[in-house]
Ligand binder design. Structure first.
Ligand code: SF4
Length: 309
């Protein structure tokens, strides 16, 4: 089983397109002791994977039992020591709050999964400034390089907004080249949509809908291509999968790879909740298929459906 645990709420970054600072208020972090108690309870109930969540989760600065303010990196190290917790994730992060200790955590804490959602929104410095993102394209690229140096198998996903007010064709090209340069395992991308009360909603240079739509199509095609390439690279490899539920077909279970890909295997239902090594044998558009390399008690009846169905 996996679970989400809220550790932080609110945000004071004031990106010019976002309502969170107005609707959720300033950043508030839960005390370490409360977070730990909740996760210990979840672990006793069989949860093996925990995702720490917050609007700006890596700005976490909760009061610790020692009276100090704990960072997210320190909290992750503590949570990784809880018996039963085998996998950790956190989301959603702001690049400006990804400090050295958190990068080192990706290198040093095996339970921290090699998969990070790190929104960038645009590859253009002009648009990033208009968004008040507080980082540049070069800052983001440098951060990615440092993360990949710390954890070479790290898969990155991101968020993009196309057609932000004032975004020119040249600005959009910079987003495309950023995506080409980094190579994402997936991303969420959207046309800019005005949120009443935010600065960008009344900004000059609103981009016509047909131009936004064309840019979104191009960006999504590129990201889909990168995602398919990322999935294809897993073919023939073996990694641990947390089996979560029964699948569409009798004898089939569905789990998650370290990179959050859905993985279908044939195995007994008693294996639900276990983390098992799986060798990827086939791909479909949105998921992987594999075989479990485990003791025979997990073996399933002969497959009733072809891999890739
Ligand atoms: S950092 Fe995220 S939550 Fe905070 S204002 Fe920007 S987009 Fe909104």
């Amino acid at each position: 089983m996996s679970a989400f645990v809220t550790i932080q709420e609110g945000c004071y970054k004031f990106c010019t397109f976002c309502v969170v600072p107005y609707t959720r208020g300033a950043e508030v972090s839960r005390p370490v002791a409360k977070v730990i108690a909740e996760i210990e309870r979840l672990a006793r109930a069989g949860v093996r994977e925990v995702t720490l969540i917050g609007q700006n989760v890596n700005a976490y600065h909760g009061p610790g039992p020692d009276g100090a303010e704990w960072t997210l990196a320190r909290l992750i190290a503590r949570v990784a020591g809880i018996a039963g917790v085998a996998r950790l994730r956190y989301t959603t992060s702001h690049p400006g709050d990804l400090d050295d200790a958190l990068i080192a955590a990706h290198r040093d804490i095996p339970a921290l999964m090699p998969c990070l959602h790190l929104p960038v929104q645009s590859g253009s410095d002009g648009v990033l400034a208009a968004m008040n993102r507080r980082h540049s394209r070069a800052d983001y690229l440098e951060l990615v390089a440092r993360l990949r140096a710390a954890r070479p198998d790290l898969a990155l996903t991101s968020d993009f907004i196309v057609g932000f007010p004032g975004e020119s064709d040249d600005d959009f090209r910079k987003t495309v080249t950023l995506v080409e340069q980094i190579g994402f395992a997936g991303a969420f991308s959207f046309k800019y949509s005005a949120r009443p009360g935010t600065p960008a909603a009344s900004a000059a240079g609103q981009v016509p809908e047909d131009i936004k739509a064309g840019r979104l199509r191009e960006l999504q095609a590129l990201i889909e291509h990168q995602q398919a390439a990322f999935n294809a690279r897993t073919l023939g490899t073996t990694f641990d999968v947390l089996l979560e539920k029964t699948g569409r077909y009798p004898g089939q279970l569905v789990g998650r790879s370290p990179y959050l890909q859905p993985v279908n295997v044939m195995a007994n239902a008693e294996a639900i909740g276990e983390i098992v090594p799986v060798t990827v044998t086939a791909l479909s558009a949105n998921s992987l298929f594999g075989t479990v390399a485990t003791p025979s008690r997990l073996a399933a009846a002969p497959a009733l459906c072809p891999a890739g169905a």
